[in-house]
Design a protein around this ligand. Structure first.
Ligand SMILES: C[S@@+](CC[C@H](N)C(=O)[O-])C[C@H]1O[C@@H](n2cnc3c(N)ncnc32)[C@H](O)[C@@H]1O
Length: 383
């Protein structure tokens, strides 16, 4: 097994969460940058990382890194990389994505076409052919240029990892699955404790919590481009999937509830939970947050309420936050984790957060307002 450098790109501010997940899988994190966590592994690790990472966007395999300030340098350096170690004669290798920040080479479409040409030239020499059918497995190339340093990867995931395969139909404003998983990871919630999302929409937060609570690998129900790569034989994928299957803890005491004022989205949430295989672990019900009450203690509320996208909605949302504040004030042993883009949230909710954390929901800056409840007393071990 080769020693490979992998990279897990993620939403800004989630690097620590992604690093923690990568380490928990037993990989060595060797570098963390804004929106990127680098780690070392091998071919089997590519399969495991894709199946298990809950909060990363994808898993990239680093092919090479060099400085380039001209297209000539970009071409020559790209051509010198060992592309033939990964891409076979019939492989398809689109220059799928390029980004450039603070660099002389800034036209991403030119960067993509130069890289493509350089890879073609390299493979022409290696395979002694002039024409590539590109009818085989896909090897998408990703190029990142930052301050003239070019890093080139093959994307091992294909479709972004937030697409778990359970959310075919969504509510109007669903949170990304990776971000929902991150919100759950940022709480100390674990099996045996109640977790509620009172604005659950299509159910993403409850579903991600259930997947985590049952130790279900989020990628088990989907496929990845690198499943067709000759360097990662089918038996490695089978082994990784079997390991994931055997790790599921169906007997865990999972107590999750999802509510929403909109009956239609509750139906969608139930259908999504079914597709994710966790419908037996979540209770979904239509309910206005204003009618919420609970006799339970030490529960968690993890949620992203409406934030008032349009100006005319803002007043309604502010009133909603006030009402939430009142309703939640009766839950004095509970912890709240509330994600919103509305800057004045604390003012309307009526309580200053114990901790505020900046997070990005897609391109939108949001804050996670965290209110920590007391820890439950330790169970008496003496009869
Ligand atoms: C930002 S969305 C939540 C999206 C959800 N996390 C998902 O992944 O689909 C906010 C949700 O709050 C619901 N909502 C609005 N007012 C409500 C209220 N008073 N009580 C309960 N739910 C409400 C909306 O129907 C909407 O589904």
């Amino acid at each position: 097994m080769a020693h490979l450098e992998l990279c897990a790109p993620c939403v800004f501010a989630l690097e620590a969460v992604v690093s923690r997940e990568i380490k928990a899988l037993g990989f060595v994190v060797n570098k963390v940058e804004d929106g990127r966590v680098y780690f070392l592994s091998d071919e089997y690790g590519i399969a495991r990382a894709n199946l298990w990472l809950r909060t990363a966007d994808r898993v990239l395999l680093k092919i090479g890194e060099f400085y380039a300030t001209s297209f000539e340098e970009l071409f020559e350096n790209t051509k010198s990389l060992p592309w033939d170690e990964w891409i076979p004669k019939e492989g398809s290798f689109p220059a799928a994505k390029a980004s450039s920040v603070r660099s002389k080479l800034f036209s991403t479409s030119d960067i993509q076409s130069i890289v493509k040409k350089a890879v073609v030239e390299k493979l022409k020499e290696k395979y002694r052919i002039n024409w590539f059918s590109e009818c085989g497995a896909s090897y998408p190339i990703h190029i990142f240029v930052f301050k003239d340093k070019v890093t080139i990867y093959l994307d091992t995931s294909g479709v972004s990892l937030h697409k778990r395969g359970y959310r075919e139909i969504g509510s109007p404003a669903p949170i990304r699955e990776t971000l929902a998983a991150a919100l759950v990871s940022l709480t100390p919630w674990k099996e045996g404790r109640l977790l509620i999302d009172p604005f659950c929409g299509s159910g993403t937060i409850p579903i991600e919590a259930a997947l985590k609570g049952l130790n279900i690998a989020p990628g088990l129900k989907r496929s990845f481009v690198s499943e067709k790569w000759f360097r990662i034989p089918e038996k490695l994928w089978d082994r990784a999937r079997q390991e994931a299957q055997d790790s599921i803890k169906y007997d865990n005491d999972i107590r999750i509830q999802g509510y929403d004022i909109d009956d239609k989205v509750i139906k969608i949430a139930r259908s999504n939970a079914k597709k994710a295989g966790v419908e037996d672990y979540i209770h979904f019900q239509q309910r206005d947050v204003r009618d919420f009450s609970s006799k339970e203690k030490y529960g968690f509320i993890v949620t992203n309420p409406p934030y008032g996208e349009r100006l005319e909605d803002i007043k309604t949302v502010e009133q909603l936050y006030k009402d939430m504040g009142k309703v939640f004030s009766t839950l004095d042993t509970w912890s709240f984790y509330i994600l919103t883009a509305h800057d004045g949230f604390e003012r309307y909710f009526g309580r200053k957060a114990d901790k505020k954390r900046k997070l990005y929901n897609g391109m939108m800056k949001t804050d996670l307002y965290q209110y920590f409840g007391p820890k439950p007393p330790k169970k008496d071990t003496i009869d």
